[in-house]
Write a protein of this length. Structure first.
Length: 320
């Protein structure tokens, strides 16, 4: 999430104008808190909690970000974009392959012991050191994964290099909201173990790169196919293909407005279970959120939940 005054400007109340409706999220368009409450009502039996409201707002933000890319004519299907979307998954594959090669000559009974021994020895011989503010930095990133870091702090140092906090931030962005919540509540010992594991993976990735380890063409084709399938599914379910949006009007403004309307219609139908809906996978969500100006008013979610409860209560009292 970029550190922008975008949400603040939308929520500002000029002295000579009528009060504006509270906004729950912004991503090119704005999501009024009242609209989010209506979506929660449609999504019943969805839990009426602030966390559930935040997750629903996050879905709206991500879909809006996707709509913006499609309205700009970017299909996200070209080879360079797909390779960028697959970067994190490729990293995981490379790390897995390198570990398999390290363990290949060891009996299964010695594999676990060798893995931990090798890890400790690698960290020791490279003189790896965590910075003192590492745990606090991880908690900060886990709380606001997309907030622009005010500086470029170093997470760890080792012989011949260092691990920048920006690398950790990119990694944390791919974690699930539940995992990020666990990190924020974890003890210092668990936080330190997590950081050491991340630094170890950075060193192992560098080793794998030096050894020429890479994903096979077959594995990459499989990942790329899965990526394109997700994009095509969104095109079909939400009517968001660049071609269909190009026909919506002659200007970019027309296409943006059409994309926003279609996202709203799709999300409403999805939460009401009239059409299938699945959250966008992280490999697509993370790049989308990095490339669009967006904000979510987390402090408004309790109010959204209360409004949803009032709407449900009113609907119940009106039944015969």
């Amino acid at each position: 999430m970029r550190a922008l005054p975008l949400l603040a400007s939308l929520l500002a109340l000029p002295a000579c104008s009528r009060p504006r409706a509270p906004v729950a999220a912004v991503a090119g368009q704005s999501l009024p808190a009242e609209r989010l409450a209506h979506l929660m009502v449609l999504a019943q039996p969805m839990p009426l909690t602030a966390q559930a409201a935040s997750e629903l707002a996050s879905h709206w933000v991500t879909l809006m970000a996707f709509g913006v890319r499609m309205a700009a004519g970017d299909s996200m299907l070209d080879s360079a974009t797909v390779a960028d979307l697959m970067r994190y998954r490729i990293r995981q594959e490379v790390l897995g392959e390198w570990r398999r090669r390290l363990l290949a000559r060891k009996p299964p009974t010695e594999a676990a012991h060798f893995d931990s021994t090798y890890a400790r020895e690698l960290l020791r011989t490279r003189h790896a050191r965590l910075t003192e503010d590492g745990p606090a930095l991880l908690r900060e990133i886990a709380e606001a994964p997309w907030k622009t870091l005010e500086s470029t702090p170093v997470l760890a140092t080792f012989d011949g290099g260092a691990v920048a906090a920006s690398r950790l931030q990119q990694y944390v962005q791919y974690l699930t909201p539940a995992t990020r919540l666990d990190i924020r509540a974890a003890t210092d010992d668990r936080i330190t173990d997590f950081l050491w594991g991340f630094v170890l993976d950075e060193l192992l990735e560098a080793q794998a790169e030096s050894a020429g380890v890479h994903v096979s063409e077959e594995a990459f084709r499989t990942m790329a196919h899965a990526c394109r399938e997700v994009v095509h599914t969104l095109w079909e379910r939400a009517d968001l293909s660049p071609a269909s949006l190009a026909a919506a009007g002659p200007t970019r403004g027309h296409r943006d407005e059409a994309a926003a309307r279609r996202v709203e219609s799709y999300l409403e139908a999805a939460v009401a279970r009239r059409v299938p809906f699945e959250p966008l996978p992280p490999f697509l969500t993370v790049p989308l959120l990095r490339d669009v100006e967006w904000e979510s008013a987390v402090e408004r979610m309790d109010g959204v939940v209360e409004q949803a409860r009032r709407l449900l209560a009113a609907a119940g009292s009106s039944e015969p």
